[in-house]
Design a protein around this ligand. Structure first.
Ligand code: PEP
Ligand code: MN
Length: 360
């Protein structure tokens, strides 16, 4: 349930509304107030108020309107925002601005090594992924590794190197943040903050990404055992805490088969476009774990309606310090960039003659 406050409502009118809500609601349920697109909103759990109380709330002079959203997630739902959100990346840091989602035609390609390994490496990789046609550079500085004995990333030095790579190429950069206390620091360097699969339900981290990221876009990867509702509720945490710029990323879910690293759930792409206005991108690298499967699953992801891809790419994948097996070559990346925009064009021609509406 989303209550929009009239922009002219004065503090007495607002206080009256709050007093009413506090009176009629179970005191254990939080009342979240948030500002989205310049509007003040009060968000309550679905079904928090019965119809009679709802009518009473509607009569309050502070209230513009009340939207009953039936899903557990509210602000990220299509019901709240029927048009797709487009998220601008890079404008705040001097990178070449890139738009993800909304009505744009060509899919956005994010590419780069799993990890930032050193200065020469990341500068060379940035130039190579740019020449291959990618729009955004990826590279992990803080790495969530399964084993404590594996490379953990270059940390702060890695962030500085990513900023240098952006200055050299103009490519906006994305990197992972693992701790709530590091959100502010990572946001000083990165254009997009990635919250990885292992942290999708790290609620203090999600709240910090909402509050302390200067509204930098957040790429929220799906937890490898998360349902779609759990994933959307994780996104809701970020938006409710003050950052509406969330991009969802499907990166495979765990199943019983050992041939691939994970199972790429492409069904979630069209489904999410129904359920949420947030953009959705796909990571075929972590989903498959196998370089040879990445091009075909990239094509399939774009055909399913993904707004973009995030790919691990390296000029010499076998020498990568992490995730080499799933990392594609720069030549493969070049092919995927070309094919992704061709597939998006075909879809536009098929579904959208002479119109600028969403192709889905
Ligand atoms: C990564 O992008 O390098 C990564 C660790 O991804 P995930 O969280 O999907 O495993
Ligand atoms: Mn990786």
């Amino acid at each position: 349930m989303i209550i929009s406050i009239r922009s002219q409502a004065d503090s007495d009118e607002r206080a009256q509304l709050m007093a009413l809500l506090c009176r009629v609601m179970d005191m254990h349920q939080p009342i979240t107030t948030t500002r989205v697109d310049g509007r003040d909103l009060i968000v309550l759990a679905s079904g928090a108020l019965d119809e009679q109380t709802c009518a009473l709330v509607r009569q309050q002079s502070a209230v513009e309107h009340v939207l009953a959203v039936k899903t557990p997630y509210q602000l990220v739902s299509r019901a709240f925002k029927p048009e797709g959100s487009d998220i601008v990346v890079g404008a705040q840091t001097g990178g070449n601005p890139v738009t993800i989602g909304g009505e744009r035609g060509a899919p956005v390609i994010i590419a780069g090594p799993c990890s930032v390994e050193g200065r020469e490496q990341i500068l060379a990789h940035a130039a190579a992924v740019k020449a291959a046609g990618a729009h955004i550079l990826r590279g992990g500085a803080f790495k969530p590794r399964t084993s404590p004995y594996q490379f953990q990333g270059l940390g702060l030095e890695g962030l500085e190197l990513l900023a240098e790579a952006r200055a050299a190429t103009g490519l906006p950069v994305i990197t992972e943040v693992m701790e709530p206390g590091m959100v502010e620091t990572v946001a000083q360097y990165a254009d997009i903050l990635q919250i990885g699969s292992r942290n999708m339900q790290n609620y203090p981290l999600l709240q910090a990404a909402g509050r302390n990221s200067q509204q930098r876009p957040i790429l929220l990867k799906r937890g490898f055992a998360a349902t779609i509702d759990e994933w959307l509720l994780a996104a809701e945490y970020v938006v409710a805490a003050g950052n509406p710029n969330v991009i969802l990323c499907e990166r495979g879910i765990r199943s019983f088969d050992t041939q691939t690293r994970n199972v790429l759930d492409l069904t979630c792409v069209p489904l999410l476009h129904e359920l949420t206005h947030l953009p959705i991108i796909v990571d075929p690298s972590h989903a498959t774990g196998r370089r040879e499967l990445v091009p075909v699953m990239s094509r399939a992801a774009i055909a399913a309606g993904a707004d973009g891809l995030i790919l691990e790419a390296h000029p010499d994948p076998d020498s990568a310090v992490s995730d080499g097996r799933q990392t594609i070559t720069i030549e493969q990346l070049q092919g995927i960039v070309r094919q992704a925009s061709m597939i998006a064009c075909i879809f536009q021609a098929m579904f959208c003659h002479n119109c600028t509406k969403d192709i889905r």
